[in-house]
Design a protein around this ligand. Sequence first.
Ligand SMILES: [Zn+2]
Length: 274
Amino acid sequence: MKVYLSSDMEGTAGVVDWEQCRGPGGEYEHYRRLLQDEVNAAIAGAVDAGATGFLVNDSHSTMQNLRPGELLGNARYLSGRHKPMYMMEGLDASFAAVFLVSYHGSMGGESSTLSHTYNPRAIARVLLNGVEVGESGINALVALGHGVPVVLVTGDDTTAAETRAVCPGVTAVVVKRSVSRFAADSLHPAEACRLIREGAAAAVRGLDGARPPAIELPATLEVTFRNADLAEMATRIVGVRRTGTLAVSITDADPVELYRTFVTVVLLTRGIAE
Ligand SMILES: [Zn+2]
């Protein structure tokens, strides 16, 4: 039984500042260890419950934050930049479950430590079928496309709530309470890892009752940008419709195609985002 794990970094207990999430050197070297421990805690919990194979897709920044030899569970490690399926690269129907580890809240939602939705300089808000979503909800499209349930998410309280809105049965392990976008009340890292391990084991044991994300198809993503130039640029992509000065809309019956178009919007607008 294989588990697919997508790891970000802003949702790790103790992390509250961009500098802690950005290498090389400095504080980042300390915080990347905490991230590695949380990823390993999730793997260890899944192993406790009988999982036997792991693919870890590093999805943060330039996507090379973990030490491959220190991953538990003999995990494969998918790292590095310019992955066509970005935060969900490598997922297919051979996996039994998706874990989202160290995730953070959306740019447009309730206060969440280091909140953003793919690109904080370009994207102000994303709605999926009218529901406020962050990366967890957007990435759930790919899980739905492959028929795999998202069973675990770790991060702050806002991330837990946003993920539940799209993946109702998900086990959400809250490792910190966001006080503001740059402040959080975090569990001790050891306690965070203990809870993640327990949560991951419970999530895998509950797989029989797990369902793929609850997203009605065809699905619509409405993206609000931070300025009109970004919205205009996005409409150069086939399937992207301008719906307002700052807003575009994308509808697709295929959730994987919808995600692919969204990723193309992220990549194209990156060039003119300030
Ligand atoms: Zn992120």
